[in-house]
Design a protein around this ligand. Structure first.
Ligand SMILES: Nc1ncnc2c1ncn2[C@@H]1O[C@H](COP(=O)(O)OP(=O)(O)OP(=O)(O)O)[C@@H](O)[C@H]1O
Ligand SMILES: [Mg+2]
Length: 299
């Protein structure tokens, strides 16, 4: 089956991945299997969120969110606390599923597939769509074992040392840790731990990286390292980053989505106010609420 340039197929060619019956195939995979140099692909929609609403029990966190996220683009999500930035981000890799009372309305299409449709394997979703959280959360294991953890779990044991090195280099951490790979990850600084978490998330070469305020606990030097990293990573990955730091959004993001709280009856519900090129959001936003927020006039 082919939908919007991607396919679902019965998994017969991926022995290294543990057991999923169905996998989502993206054009990156298709390109990886081509021997001839491919023609450049048109901009590709990775996520197509259609009228998405999320509630936790009686509480509606977000409603009516319609947003497309493009491949190899950094999209920032900004907005005041409680407007549903994390909720929306976590709905992109089904991270909310385990929250009691969680309900999602509307549709999230990932490369054209309904992420919440029947037959979608959640393990496979997490393999494709990696996530890094606000607080660095390395496992109490060695640096090496942190990065090797997901590949081992998924049965990707072939050339594991090379894979670990590649991920650590990709996260701009290799030079700092190459002589102490067996040392505990908990001995790293906060900024190093966060880069380790990025290496851990990219070790299985996902398609998308979701980052929820990845630099908010870091000092300016570590923050600059993470921002620099994002510019490199976007060549390989599609990145969605939630940030409270508007300078950061302006520096790292190609596109920016502004969320805010809207009154709906007696409730205040998170909504997408507008999404556009970052320059437009910060320079000439259409909506006065965006203008107030980006200019620091927000209540
Ligand atoms: N697990 C949960 N159970 C119940 N309500 C939740 C849960 N997670 C979030 N909410 C509610 O959903 C709304 C949106 O929360 P969310 O964490 O997505 O906001 P946010 O924009 O990421 O805020 P912040 O900037 O403070 O991180 C809030 O009203 C919050 O209380
Ligand atoms: Mg949040």
């Amino acid at each position: 089956m082919t939908i919007n340039g991607s396919e679902l197929w019965e998994d017969e060619r991926a022995p290294e991945v543990a057991a999923p019956r169905m996998r989502i195939r993206t054009s990156a995979d298709i390109l990886a299997t081509q021997t001839e140099r491919p023609r450049e692909l048109p901009r590709q929609t990775v996520f197509d969120a259609r009228d998405v609403s999320v509630s936790y029990g009686e509480k509606t966190a977000i409603a009516g969110v319609t947003l497309q996220i493009q491949r190899n683009v950094v999209t920032a999500i900004i907005g005041p606390s409680g407007c549903g930035k994390s909720t929306f981000l976590r709905s992109l890799n089904r991270m909310n599923d385990s929250v009691p009372g969680f309900r999602l309305g509307g549709q999230v299409l990932y490369h054209g597939h309904d992420l919440y449709g029947p037959g979608v394997d959640r393990v496979e979703v997490r393999r494709r769509i990696g996530m890094v959280f606000q607080k660095p959360n390395p496992f109490p294991k060695s640096i090496y074992d942190n990065v090797a953890w997901a590949p081992r779990n998924l049965g990707m044991r072939h050339e594991l040392d090379e894979r670990v090195e590649r991920a650590l280099r990709g996260a701009a951490l290799w030079d700092e840790v190459k002589d102490r790979l067996k040392a505990s990850a908990l001995g790293l600084s906060g900024g190093q731990q966060q880069r380790l978490c990025i290496a851990r998330a990219t070790a299985i070469e996902p398609d998308v990286l979701l980052l929820d305020e990845p630099a908010s606990a870091l000092d300016p030097i570590a923050t600059a390292a993470i921002e620099e990293l994002m510019h490199t990573l976007k060549r390989r990955y599609t990145i969605v980053i939630v940030t409270h730091n508007m300078q950061q959004a302006a520096r790292v993001a190609d596109r920016t989505a502004f969320f805010s709280l809207e009154e709906r009856g007696a409730e205040r519900v998170g909504a997408l106010i507008e999404e556009d090129a970052t320059q437009t959001i910060f320079g000439r936003p259409r909506d006065s609420r965006t203008r107030d927020y980006v200019s620091g006039r927000f209540g």
